[in-house]
Design a protein around this ligand. Structure first.
Ligand code: HEC
Ligand code: HEC
Ligand code: HEC
Ligand code: HEC
Ligand code: HEC
Length: 394
C-alpha cells in the first residue's frame, strides 16, 4: 500500500515536473559571465554626453548614417524581437545582448539566484535612459569600455581616450555565440552558435580555442567591408570599415552566401534527371546561421504542357529541434562552408514534362511560428533567392 502510494506520488511529481518544463519560460543557454554584467558606462568622458549614437555621429557622420540602417540599431525596437520576447515571458536576460549598456536597462543587476544565471536579482536603475535603450546595439555598446573607446587603428588623433584591441572580431564574440552545456539541452552546437560554427568548420575544438582564434574568425572582413575614408570630416584617409552588418534581413547578402547550379544530367527512355547543387561559398559559418528560425525552402517543380504541375518536391535546409519538455536537436541540414549539397530530381518521360523549375526561398522564420508568437509583420518574413527553369523539348 505504502509502496504503491510512493509510486503514484513519484509519477505525479514527474508529470508535474514535465508539465512545468513544458510551460515555463524557455531558457535555452547559459548566461555566461561575458554578458551577465551590464556594460559599465560610469567612466565615460563628458564629451560623449548621454552616449547617444548621434553624439558620436556629430563627428563620425558616415559611421552613424550606416549604423542607422542596420538591425543593430533596431535590436530593441525590432518588432520580431519584441513579439518573441513577450512570448518568452519578457525575461530580463534578453536585454543583456539586445541592450547591454547599464544606462539602457531599467534595472541594475545585483547578482543571480541560479547557476545558469537566468534569474537575476534586480533593483531599479536611477540612471535608466529609455532613449538610449531604443538604440539597441549602439556605438557605445561595441566601443566603450572603462571610459575608453576600443579601436584597432591606433595611429589616430582622437579627442577621446582610445584603447587598441588585438582583433576587431573580439567585439562580435561577446554576443554571437552562446554556451548551452546545461541540463536538459542536447545539441551539438550552441543554439545561437555563429562563432562556434566557424571554429568547428576550421576543425578546432569548440570552447577552448574560440578566443585564441579570434583573429581568424573573419567577421569584420565579411560584415564590415573595408573602405578607405576619413573617420571625421576633413580627417586623413584611413583603412576604415563600413558599419553595415548585413545578414538574413538582406536578400543580396544571403544571395552572396550561396552558389547554385541546376542542370539536366541525364535522359533515358524512362526518366529525365536533374541535379541541383548548392554550396555555401560566401560564409565562414553555417548557412543559414543565427537563430534556428532561419531556413531555406527548395521547391523542385515539373510542369506539363499546359502549365499544370505534374510533380513537385520540397526540401528544407534548417536545424530542427524539439523544444519541450527537453531540448533535442533532431537534425541540422544547414550548409557547411565549402561543402556542396546535391539534390536529384527525376521526372518520368511518360508524363511529358514541358519544363522543370527550382525556386529557393530564405525564411527569417516560418509562418507557423509567426502566428504562434503573434508577430504581426509589416516586412515580409521570407523572400526568393534563386529561381531557374529548364524547358524540355518533347
Ligand atoms: C568631438 C568629435 C568626436 C566625438 C564626439 C567622437 N569622436 Fe571618435 N574620433 C574623433 C577623432 C577626431 C578621431 C581620430 C580621427 C583620425 O585621426 O583620423 C576619432 C577616432 C575614433 C576611433 C578610432 C580609434 C582608433 O585608433 O582605432 C573610434 C573607434 C571612435 N573614434 C569612436 C567613437 C565613438 C564610438 C564615439 C561616441 C561614443 C566617438 N568616437 C565620439 C572625434 C570624435
Ligand atoms: C551587444 C551584442 C552584439 C554585439 C557586440 C554584436 N552584435 Fe551583431 N547582433 C546583435 C543582435 C541582438 C542582433 C539582432 C538584432 C535583432 O534582429 O533584433 C545582431 C544582428 C547582427 C547581424 C544581422 C543579422 C540579420 O538579421 O540581418 C549581423 C550580420 C551581425 N549582427 C554581425 C555582427 C558583427 C560582425 C559583430 C562584430 C563587429 C557584431 N554583430 C557584434 C548583437 C550583437
Ligand atoms: C556591432 C559593433 C559596432 C557598433 C555598434 C559600432 N561599431 Fe564602430 N567599429 C566596430 C569595429 C569592430 C571596428 C573596427 C573595425 C576595423 O577592423 O577597422 C569599428 C571601428 C570604428 C571606427 C574606426 C574606423 C574603422 O573603421 O576602423 C570608428 C570611427 C567607429 N567605429 C565609429 C562608430 C560609430 C560612430 C558608431 C555608432 C554610430 C559605431 N562605430 C558603432 C564595431 C562597431
Ligand atoms: C567569409 C565571409 C563571412 C565570415 C567570415 C562571416 N560571415 Fe556572417 N555571413 C556571411 C554571409 C554571406 C551571410 C548571409 C547568409 C546568412 O544570413 O546566413 C552571413 C550571415 C550572418 C548573420 C545573419 C544571421 C541571421 O540570423 O540573419 C550573422 C549574425 C553573422 N553572419 C555573423 C557573423 C559573425 C559573428 C562572424 C564572425 C564570428 C561572421 N558572421 C563571419 C558571411 C560571413
Ligand atoms: C547572448 C546574447 C543574446 C541573448 C542573451 C539574447 N539574444 Fe536575441 N539575438 C542575439 C543575436 C547575436 C542575434 C542576431 C543573430 C541571430 O539571428 O541569431 C539575435 C537575434 C534575435 C532574434 C531575431 C530577430 C530578427 O529580426 O530576425 C530574436 C527574435 C531574438 N534574438 C530574441 C531574443 C529573446 C526573446 C531573448 C531572451 C529570451 C534573446 N533574444 C536573448 C543575441 C542574444
Amino acid at each position: 500500500m505504502v509502496k504503491r502510494l510512493a509510486i503514484i506520488l513519484s509519477l505525479v511529481l514527474i508529470a508535474a515536473y514535465l508539465i512545468w518544463r513544458s510551460f515555463r519560460p524557455m531558457n535555452v543557454f547559459i548566461i555566461e559571465d561575458k554578458i551577465a554584467w551590464p556594460i559599465d558606462t560610469s567612466k565615460a568622458p563628458a564629451l560623449f554626453g548621454k552616449l547617444n549614437a548621434k553624439t558620436c555621429g556629430n563627428c563620425h557622420k558616415k559611421f552613424y548614417q550606416e549604423w542607422k540602417t542596420t538591425i543593430h540599431s533596431k535590436a530593441w525596437t525590432d518588432p520580431y524581437f519584441k513579439a518573441d520576447m513577450k512570448f518568452d515571458g519578457n525575461q530580463f536576460v534578453c536585454r543583456l545582448c539586445h541592450t547591454p549598456l547599464d544606462q539602457q536597462l531599467p534595472s541594475k543587476v545585483l547578482g543571480y539566484r541560479d547557476k545558469n544565471k537566468w534569474d537575476p536579482i534586480l533593483t531599479p536603475n536611477p540612471n535608466f535612459n529609455p532613449k538610449l535603450q531604443h538604440e539597441g546595439v549602439t556605438c557605445a555598446v561595441c566601443h566603450l569600455r572603462n571610459g575608453k573607446i576600443l579601436g584597432v587603428l591606433g595611429n589616430t588623433n582622437a579627442p577621446h581616450p582610445v584603447k587598441i584591441i588585438d582583433s576587431p572580431n573580439q567585439i562580435c564574440v561577446r554576443c554571437h555565440v552562446s554556451k548551452n552545456e546545461k541540463f536538459g539541452v542536447f545539441s551539438k552546437l550552441p543554439i545561437c552558435g555563429t562563432v562556434a560554427e566557424i571554429t568547428k568548420s576550421k576543425k578546432t575544438k569548440i570552447g577552448e580555442s574560440i578566443f585564441l582564434n579570434v583573429k581568424s574568425l573573419g567577421c569584420v572582413n565579411c560584415h564590415m567591408p573595408l573602405e578607405k575614408r576619413p573617420l571625421v570630416e576633413g580627417g586623413p584617409i584611413r583603412n576604415a570599415r563600413r558599419h553595415l552588418w548585413r545578414g538574413g534581413h538582406d536578400p543580396n547578402m544571403v544571395k552572396k552566401a550561396i552558389t547554385v547550379t541546376f542542370n539536366q544530367t541525364e535522359k533515358t527512355n524512362k526518366n529525365y534527371t536533374f541535379k541541383l547543387s548548392i554550396v555555401n561559398s560566401g560564409a565562414a559559418h553555417y548557412v543559414p546561421t543565427g537563430t534556428p528560425d532561419r531556413h531555406f525552402t527548395i521547391k523542385l517543380l515539373a510542369y506539363g504542357k499546359f502549365g499544370k504541375v505534374i510533380k513537385q518536391k520540397l526540401e528544407i535546409i534548417k536545424r530542427n529541434f524539439i523544444w519541450r519538455p527537453f531540448i533535442f536537436e533532431l537534425s541540422d541540414t544547414r550548409l557547411r562552408p565549402g561543402l556542396p549539397r546535391n539534390y536529384i530530381f527525376q521526372v518520368s518521360v511518360d508524363e511529358k514534362p514541358a519544363k522543370v523549375e527550382v525556386i529557393i526561398r530564405y525564411h527569417l522564420l516560418d509562418e507557423k511560428r509567426r502566428r504562434r508568437i503573434n508577430y504581426k509583420n509589416v516586412d515580409p518574413i521570407s523572400y526568393e533567392v534563386f529561381r531557374k527553369e529548364i524547358k524540355l523539348l518533347n
